[in-house]
Design a binder for this molecule. Structure first.
Ligand code: TYD
Length: 428
């Protein structure tokens, strides 16, 4: 359907505003002398009116919540509003909609001054003919009344659409008779959007563009994400947290690992990691990793990607380049050559490289509960070469490989991972 007018929510729909909002909420909790909730609770402040959110998620009375909101604004007004970015593809989409004569507006539960300032700062203001937001004095305005205000005069509501990332947007759209399109790349899950009445849900901006411009829905295709780094870098923990995050938001994931991931490859893994395989030649080792990969790619990774899943894999080709190419000094070219048919043309869409000095990595492995396997028992020189190998890979492929400082605590590392994951979801 072609719409005459489209209203957009701001946070989580046009811009990724998490950083500024959660930092300002944290600041408000500190000022109130209340311990700040953890990251997953902080994210729930994105979207709903703030006073209600402080009451619901912060256990405050209305009077306290109003004070907390004042503190929030104190920081948001100065710094928070700028800790924000426009989702990739949004300006191009808005331009295309305008070129088709669609009338565009913004309906947001943020104070009008902030909305206007953000739209102007990020170059989005010229696309919109009106902005309906709340006043500083009355922040509780319900979204349906904002929608009614945002719709251009005399327009048929049934030919208008509301795009938003939370249940509040979908519910208000339905209440006012608008078509409701959910932006699942924002801060609500697909379940939340569908169960609150979404007529369609876009996984990323490209899909949103197709829905709004009247094209057909693209076929879902998965994404391939790999987690790399020295033994002991914490990648497996981050992988698990990433899976939880994606599952919570309604994405279908598949978790796997290399060497391994399927029957035959897990058996090859046993041979490779068994300390009893001591003395194995570097060539044999490299070929076994490639053999396990050939099986894993065809039997596990490719089918999952074709089914539209997000595949999260603990290690892939980069491990062979770093460990066998650099660690064993077989050379990168040789390793790439023997892996060419194994990877079957597959390349990760995103790789997280968890960076850690080899000394720290090694001491983490040695302090673990299990005895080091054959690779983990290697010398410090070996790991120094592996690390240098990883750094070379990252330097050459900065678009794909995101380096993450793994010296920090689990939650801080995870926040960096989320930035990369959110960017990836935008492309779906
Ligand atoms: P990993 O699964 O990270 O070990 P763990 O489960 O004990 O944390 O990886 C197994 C080992 O295999 C690790 O030391 C790195 C090594 N490896 C290579 O040398 N080359 C490769 O291609 C792969 C995939 C792993």
């Amino acid at each position: 359907m072609r719409f005459d007018a489209i209203l957009f929510d701001l946070d989580g729909t046009l811009t990724a505003s998490e950083e500024g909002i959660t930092n300002s909420v944290r600041y408000a909790f500190e000022k109130m002398g209340v311990p700040s909730p953890d990251a997953s609770v902080l994210r729930r402040f994105i979207g709903p009116p703030l006073v209600g959110a402080f009451m619901e998620f912060g256990g405050m009375t209305e009077e306290e919540a109003r004070r907390a909101t004042e503190y929030y604004r104190e920081r948001f007004r100065e710094i928070g509003w700028r800790e924000n970015r426009v989702y990739v593809g949004i300006p191009e989409m808005l331009m295309a909609l305008k070129a088709q004569g669609v009338r565009l507006a913004v309906a947001s539960s943020k104070p009008q001054v902030f909305v206007e300032k953000i739209l102007k700062h990020f170059g989005l203001a010229p696309f919109f003919e009106s902005v309906a937001a709340v006043t500083m004095e009355n922040t509780d305005a319900d979204k349906s009344s904002l929608i009614r205000r945002a719709i251009p005069q005399g327009l048929d509501f049934s030919r208008a659409c509301m795009v938003g990332d939370r249940c509040f947007d979908m519910e208000a759209a339905k209440k006012t008779g608008l078509y409701a399109v959910g932006a699942a790349y924002g801060y609500g899950s697909r379940e939340e959007l569908f169960s609150s009445g979404a007529d369609a849900v876009a996984n990323g901006v490209p899909e949103l563009r197709d829905i709004l411009l009247g094209g057909s829905m693209p076929r879902a295709k998965g994404r391939f994400v790999t987690f790399e780094g020295l033994d002991g870098c914490g990648k497996s923990t981050q992988l698990r947290k990433t899976q939880e995050y994606l599952t919570e938001r309604g994405w279908e994931t598949l978790v796997s690992r290399e060497p391994g991931g399927c029957g035959i490859s897990e058996r090859v893994r046993e041979i490779l990691l068994d300390v009893g395989s001591e003395g194995m030649s570097a060539q044999c080792e490299a070929l076994l990793y490639a053999a396990a990969r050939a099986e894993h790619v065809r039997n596990v990774i490719e089918p999952a990607l074709q089914a539209g899943k997000i595949v999260l894999c603990d290690r892939f080709l980069d491990s062979s380049i770093a460990y066998q190419g650099y660690g064993r000094e077989l050379g990168e070219d040789f390793v790439r050559q023997i892996n060419e048919s194994a990877v079957h043309g597959l390349e990760p869409d995103r790789t997280f490289l968890f960076e850690l000095p080899e000394e720290t990595a090694k001491s983490r492995v040695l302090s673990g509960e299990t005895a080091p396997d054959r690779l983990e028992a290697e010398s410090m020189d070996f790991f120094a070469r592996v690390r240098a190998g990883y750094q070379n890979i990252a330097l050459r492929d900065m678009r794909r490989v995101m380096c993450v400082d793994a010296k920090r605590d689990i939650e801080s590392v995870f926040q960096s991972v989320l930035t990369g994951i959110d960017q990836l979801l935008e492309t779906m």
